[in-house]
Design a protein around this ligand. Structure first.
Ligand code: CA
Length: 234
């Protein structure tokens, strides 16, 4: 898998350092020095992730991030904010605007690469070998591609498995049907939103009769979410 990263950074030395770091990690790199340039690049190709500086000459990175999140094509695109600011308020503002992660300059190249990989992995649903999700007595094992409640193996399809993993990874977070499509089938997949409901229905059938039968709830007008905390489950 080749990871395409778009770097939006106006300080040439920092942009160069980030580009170098990304290229030596095997990523493909596109570079922009302001939001205008970044927009032009997006018209041709969506990257797998955007590294977005907060302070840019034409529009703040935060403002642009909000716009990206309102756009159908880019609302689930992973974005890591880069900033010299380290204040807690800024971090909260970045995350509330929809950033997947936040890196404060100066950062180590290794840390940046690790954050990029982690954001892509979270977003694509791909897991490292040995990864497991354990929530209460629900266990999702990515080596075996198995989901169990207690000792009971759930006989899930790949899509159902991916949907369950997505929600178990981020309990409490609401996903719209379109976001589920982006994360389970991939960006640009031509899937009707009702298809999500059909798979969700099947997944719930698999969970019914277990202590996780109410695990994923419908959020009216928005989508679905996994309940939290797990401790409250029977
Ligand atoms: Ca800047």
């Amino acid at each position: 898998m080749t990871i395409n990263v778009l770097i939006v950074e106006d300080e040439p030395a920092i942009q160069e350092l980030i580009a170098y770091t990304c290229r030596t990690s095997g990523f493909e790199v596109a570079r922009a020095s302001n939001v205008g340039e970044a927009r032009k690049i997006l018209e041709f190709k969506l990257p797998d992730l955007i590294l977005l500086d907060w302070m840019l000459p034409d529009l703040s990175g935060l403002e642009w991030l909000r716009m990206l999140r309102r756009n159908e094509a880019t609302r689930a695109l992973p974005v890591i904010m880069l900033t010299a600011r380290g204040q807690e308020d800024d971090k909260v503002a970045g995350l509330e605007a929809g950033a997947d992660d936040y890196v404060v300059k100066p950062f180590s190249p290794r840390e940046l690469v690790a954050r990029i990989r982690a954001a892509i992995r979270r977003n694509s649903g791909e897991q490292e070998l040995g990864d497991k999700i354990v929530c209460g007595n629900l266990t999702i094992d990515f080596d075996r591609f198995e989901a169990k409640v207690g000792e009971e193996l759930l006989k899930l399809s790949v899509v159902e498995f991916k949907i369950l993993s997505l929600f178990a990874k981020h309990p409490g977070r609401v996903y719209s049907r379109q976001q589920v499509i982006d994360k389970v089938w991939g960006y640009g997949a031509c899937i009707d939103e009702r298809t999500v409901d059909v798979h969700m229905l099947r997944l719930r059938k698999h969970l019914s009769g277990t202590s996780f039968e109410d695990f994923i709830e419908t959020v009216r007008g928005l989508g679905y979410r996994a309940v939290e905390p797990f401790g409250s489950l029977k």
